[in-house]
Design a protein around this ligand. Sequence first.
Ligand code: IFM
Length: 451
Amino acid sequence: MGNSPSVTLSAPKLALPTGFVWGTSTSSYQIEGAASEDGRGPSIWDTHCKLRGRVSNDDTGDVACDHYHRYRQDIQIMSDLGIQAYRFSLSWSRLMPRGRGSVNQKGLDFYDKLIDGLLQADIEPWICLFHWDFPQLLQDLGGWSNRDSVGWFADYAMLAARRYGDRVKHWATFNEQSVSTLFGYLWGISPPGATDRAGYFRVVHHENLAHGAAIEALRSTVHKAFLGVIHNRQAVYPERFDPAHQSAVEPMDAHWNKIFPDPQILGYYPETLAQDIEPFMRAGDLASICRPLDWFGLNHYSPIWARVEPNSTLGFQMGDFPKDMAHTEINWSIYPEAFKHELLELTRRYQLPVYVTENGCGSNQEKPDESGFVQDDHRINYISLYMQKMAEACQEGADVRGYFVWSLLDNFEWGAGYESRFGIVRVDFDTQKRTPKASAKWYADLMRINQ
Ligand code: IFM
């Protein structure tokens, strides 16, 4: 783990608020598998994975962790660890194979069984409606570029709210919108692989409207709902702290950190971007987007290092971190100070309770022993450093109420396929055997000590 300071491997007692929630996170496409079973329709990630060379080793989510069939075992693992809350996403095209219109009963049943199993195990379900696996058949109609997508998403939210709202109170609309739109609609890396500047702003605005419409559907349907949205906020620094790249910082920050949460929570777009959104704005849009929320979900791993890139569409790109900075085995910089900064900044800017809905450490070098056990000290070290900063942030006024480690299981890590592992539980993808790693035991101890 680079030259990062080491911490003791025993779980620390942290100064956190009472009632702090401890959980784990996953997402549908990354773990469920059963991609063409029981009536599930295709998503844009199914399509993307089948294009050669887009994902490492041409891996797909067809089987993933086979969670669709092994969810009971996964609940048992969480229960054994003492997990209090589980954040997962629904697969829109499992519930509505065409994305709109007809509903898939077997898909509805699957999440019923998952939710009931969680509740029986005393684990609070937290549902996220959208974690990137957009229905392919809606993509064929223009996807988020089509303003009708706002209504499609609201209908899907209403279906989920009516079906699960009696048992599930914690809901998020979207996961990491800036990541999926920048990578999917501007940089052409993720599906649908677009690179059109105006098209990107159109999608941003429609997704913001869809968020507001889904909040309306959930609020009107779920009794005692606790509603939020999950964003990947990263402190932005110039590449390698080099002042030559300072002018890339503000625009990167606006696109990465503000273009979604600002209109959703504050009711306006960042000033520097408002002109680009203007062609897609209609009267009343900002009021529809900005609906009262109960919590903010923060996903955070590393800061962003912004580089001036005059030939790129927006004039900036992702840059490199300083050469001597600690980094994870998959080369993400380790800078817990930026995490603390974000927690304090979030509390100040949006005035909402914060739940850390993702934080964790990826590896492409983990070696299991003969029994499948992994001594992942690097992950314990990373999480521990970040948690200490989270506790410091709380002491200094950040309103952090919970932490969900990413991830429960090794899973399909998007463009990296199965090469990057983030789980506290190892999955052998040949046999589907689950083996809790050292970090799982450490996390269990941590939760017990910090109840
Ligand atoms: O696996 C992803 C997750 O889907 C979204 N946040 C970052 C994680 C690690 O890359």
